[in-house]
Design a protein around this ligand. Structure first.
Ligand SMILES: [Zn+2]
Length: 437
């Protein structure tokens, strides 16, 4: 990788690039709406990926599209166990290559997968109808993170339209599986994509992520003993036992939250560790004492704690609960790992990439860039921990991501796109002889 620092942009270059973002913003919004119309839920990402493939191919990028092969990534420590088919799990990467390379290379990454909608009758309109109301674009995935995927492409377009060619390779990545395992980003890393910096425009309220948590997904299965309800006491109720298991996990959650002052960038957060019981099933019908119950958990861990270490503590917690709480019947529940098995990361301060982002943000927003710690999972952990790349998670203002009526603030998207466009020009350098397109 080349590490030449390009010359600072001139005032004229900055003005031209910012104006080019404005000139194309209506087209960018329309493109984002097109992307939101694809219901790219897990196992259904392929049509949206085909759409992005075409959009990148039209820009003249060298195209790479591949189905995630679990065998390629299974042995990696960042791999998350898979419980679904990867038949439609394609990653797409478009590569821009300059004729001669002078500057620093860049990955512009985003994820195409979106989270489940929940009951449709609780939305104001279809989650796949990207209506614009009062400056906000609605829709599942509008903020998380199709606006960001579009911003990556239109930031590049603005640099080209202003008459410049980036002087270093840029890899435009659209990956799957960010919301459940992180295996899409991992597959992209293991396919060989490396760069001098990475930007991921997740919905981060116009701020830079300094640190985040790791995440584990697991399923807890409790076994009971069925009986007729006339002699209910002779049975053992797996649903009641599941509540006891959840209470034990809540104690572990409280214990981990109690340690927040010992973790850099988490000192000021009272409750960064969230255990979410996201799904529960059990029993067969009302008149039999239920012989089974299982529930799915998403648990957070601090950066610096490995998934293996967290797993040991979780399993010990449930083993001890089974030994001490009669409601669990003496048998520890069975645990299976069903998705994320991921460490968190910290973005070390003082990198050239962060410095460049600060400068570009200042020019786009006319304010100072703020950074913060987020208690959610981010694919950046793949690039930071396993790729050793400075990774900037920075993106637009949103509301109700993962909820009903998810939406993204369009003026914020415009300014974030300006920041990314300036970053491309400043980080990669620009060839001013290339002429306008
Ligand atoms: Zn996201």
């Amino acid at each position: 990788m080349t590490q030449t620092q390009p010359a600072a942009l001139t005032e004229e270059q900055i003005r031209d690039i910012l104006r080019a973002v404005d000139d194309r913003f209506d087209a960018q919004v329309a493109f984002t709406q097109d992307l939101v119309r694809f219901p790219s839920l897990r196992e259904q990402e392929h049509t949206a990926q085909d759409f992005l493939f075409e959009a990148m191919r039209e820009r003249g990028f060298a195209m790479d599209r591949w189905k995630i092969d679990i065998d390629d990534i299974r042995s990696h420590p960042g791999f998350g166990p898979v419980t679904v088919s990867y038949e439609n799990a394609f990653n797409v990467v478009g590569t821009y290559r300059p004729e001669t390379q002078a500057g620093r290379s860049l990955i512009l990454n985003g994820h195409i997968d979106v989270v489940p909608t929940g009951p449709l009758d609780m939305w104001s309109r279809s989650p796949w109808d990207p209506a614009i109301v009062d400056g906000w674009m609605y829709g599942r995935g509008a903020a998380d993170m199709k606006a960001g995927l579009a911003a990556n492409l239109f930031a590049y377009d603005a640099v080209r339209a202003a008459g410049y060619r980036p002087a270093a390779p840029i890899y435009f990545q659209s990956v799957v599986e960010e919301e459940c395992t992180g295996n899409g980003a991992l597959a992209a890393l293991l396919r060989g994509y490396q760069a001098d910096a990475v930007i991921i425009p997740e919905p981060e309220e116009n701020m830079l992520v300094r640190a985040n948590v790791g995440v584990l997904w697991f399923k807890v299965r409790v076994r009971g003993r069925p009986s007729h309800t006339r002699e209910m006491d002779s049975g053992f109720n797996a649903i009641d036992a599941a509540y006891a298991a959840m209470q034990a996990l809540r104690k572990l959650e409280a214990q981990w939250n109690g340690q927040h002052r010992c973790h850099r960038h988490f000192e000021h957060l009272d409750h960064p560790i969230n255990f979410n019981i996201g799904k529960i099933e059990g029993g067969d019908w009302p008149s039999t004492v239920p012989p089974w119950c299982e529930f799915d958990v998403r648990a957070a861990i601090y950066p610096g704690t490995t998934a293996d270490e967290a797993r040991e503590q979780i399993e010990a917690c449930l083993r001890e609960a089974a030994a001490s709480d009669s409601r669990l019947g003496g048998t520890p529940p069975a645990i299976t790992y069903t998705g994320f098995y991921a460490e968190g990361y910290v973005l070390e301060e003082g990198s050239d990439a962060e410095h460049t982002l600060r400068e570009c943000h200042r020019r786009a927003f006319r304010s100072e860039l703020q950074s913060f710690t987020t208690p959610g999972y981010l694919d950046a952990r793949v690039f930071v921990i396993y790729g050793n790349m400075p990774t900037l998670v920075y993106g637009p203002k949103s509301l109700d991501i993962h909820g009903f009526d998810e939406r993204v603030h369009l003026e914020s998207v415009r300014l974030v796109t300006k920041t990314i466009a300036l970053f491309i020009a400043q980080w990669c350098g620009i060839d001013t002889q290339a002429g306008r397109i």
